[in-house]
Design a protein around this ligand. Sequence first.
Ligand code: FES
Length: 578
Amino acid sequence: MSPTKKPEDLRSARWFAPDDLRSFGHRSRMMQLGYAEEDFRGKPIIGILNTWSELNSCHGHFPERVENVRRGVLASGGFAVEMPALSVDESFTKPTSMLYRNMLAMETEEMIRCHPLDGVVLMGGCDKTTPGLLMGAITADVPAIYLPAGPMLRGNCAGRILGSGSDAWKYWDERRAGNVTDEEWLGVQGGIARSAGTCMTMGTAATMMSIAEALGMTLPGASSIPAVDAGHQRMATDCGRRIVDMVWEDLKPSDILGEAAFHNAAKVAMATGCSTNAVVHLIAMARRAGVDLTLDHLDALGRTTPLIANVRPSGKDYLMEDFYYAGGLRALMKQMEAMLDTCVVTVSGKTLGETIDSAEVYNDDVIRPLSNPVYKEGSLALLRGNLCPDGAVIKPAACDPKYHVHEGPALVFDSYPEMKKAVDDETLEVTPDHVMVLRNAGPLGGPGFPEWGMLPIPKALIKRGHRDMLRLSDARMSGTSYGACVLHMAPEAFVGGPLALLKTGDTVRLDLPNRRLDMLVDEAEIERRKAAWTAPEPRYQRGWGYMFSKHVTQADKGCDFDFLERGFGEAAGEPDIF
Ligand code: FES
C-alpha cells in the first residue's frame, strides 16, 4: 500500500505542532523526558501497549519484546513509547479474569484516545488480554498491530509430555482416585509450565491469538511462534517496523475488520478446535466493529467447518509447539483456503490470500487435510431449548459421544462451595446418568462469569472408573478443559433464566444433533416455579463489580458493557476541542 499521510496529518501533530501554550507544554515535557524535538516531531508516535506484570507468568518475556518492537519502530523512522496496560493474568486473578476483560478494553480505548499516539502495537496473549486489547483498539480505530505472546514450550515430566490445563485436570482426577503419588504430583506441578508464553494446548489463549491472526490483526504467522523462539523476537521487531508504515498508509482496524474477516476468524477457530470462550469474545469484538455475529451464525459456520488441527484438548495428540513445527496457522488457513474469503486485507497490507500463498503443511497428522479431519464438524455447537432460550455452548469433539444424546435426572447445586463439598463426598448418591448442574455462575451470578463449567466428576463416580458425565452450567470453562459440559446457558440463573427453575430429580434431555437442551417439566409447573422465583441479593454494592453488574450483557451478546457496544472510531474521533 502507498503512503497517504504527511507529517502534518499525524494525530500526534495535534499535540506537538501548534505554536500555542498547550503544545509548548507538550514539547517541553518530552524534552524533560530527555528527547530532542527531532526525536519525535513529525514522526509516527507508536504506543507499545504492554500487558506485562510480575504476576503474569505467560508474559514473562514481554520486557525483552518491548525492546524488540522499539528497535523496529526506530529503524522505520518512528518514535516508540511503552505504556503499561492491565495485565489480566489468568492464573492468579480472583474471582475470574473475565471480570476484568472489559476493564482492559476500556483502558486500551482511553489510553489510545487521550495520548498523542499515531499507531499502537498491542502486546497480549494470556486469555482475556487478546479480546480486551482488540476491543479497545477497534473502538479507538487508530492503526494497530496485535503482537501475540506465543505459546510456552511443551510441558515435560518423567519422560511424559504435559499439556497446559488438560493434564492438570487429568492428573487431578487420577490423584483423587488414588492413582498418583505425592512425588508424581509434584513432578507434574514443576513440569507443566516450563517457559514464558501462554498455555500450549488449544485453550483460550491459543484460540484467541489464532483468531487475531485470522482476523488480519497480526503479521502472517505471528500467532503460532513459541514465545521463547528467536523467531518471536524477530516477529516483534517486524511489528515495530510495520506499524510505522501502517500509520503513513492510514491502515486502520476499520479497514480490516468487516463481516468477511469475522466469518474467516470464526471458521478458523472452528477448524482449530477452539476454546468455548471464543464464542463470547468473537461476538463482543464483532459488535464493537458493527458486525452482526450471533450464536446462530457461529453454529451454522461450525456445522460446515471440519476440525483439522489435531491439537489438544479437542485433538488427540499434539500441542502448540507441534502445530508450529507443522506449519502453524498459515498452513492451517492454506489447508482450508477454499472456505475463506482470501480477498480481505490484513495489517501486513497484503490480502489474506497473499499472506498464506507460500504456506505449507509439514506434518499432516498435526494439521489434517479437509478430507481427513479430526472431527467432521467444527469444534463448537450452540444449543437452545427451554433451559437456555438465549443459547448455550458445548464442545462435541471434546466429550464422550455417548453423551451427545442423553436423558437423565438433574443434580442441582446453587453455588460453587455447595457443589465442591458434594463432589468430594464419597457417599453422594449419583450415577453416570445423572446430569450435574451448577447455577448462579454466569456474568452476574459468578460474579464475573468464572471458568467453573467443567464441574469435577463426583469422587463417588471417579472411584468407580468414570471420567465423564453430562454437566450443565451458566459458567464458562477453561479452553484447556474437556468433557460433556454445556456452558454459557443464557439467560443465567441469577437474573431468573430458566436454569433457576430446575430442581434436583427433574429429567434433562440433551439432543446435540438437533441442538436442543430441555427440562422435561410440564409447562404449567414451569410457570408456577417462575412466579415463585425471587431475585437474589446483588453481588456488589460498590466499585468495579458494581459498575460491571449494572452494564454487562449476557453471554449470547458477548458480555461487553451495554454503553461500549459502538462502532469504529468512537474514541479517537472525539471533537478536537481539548
Ligand atoms: Fe495465561 Fe493460560 S494462564 S494463557
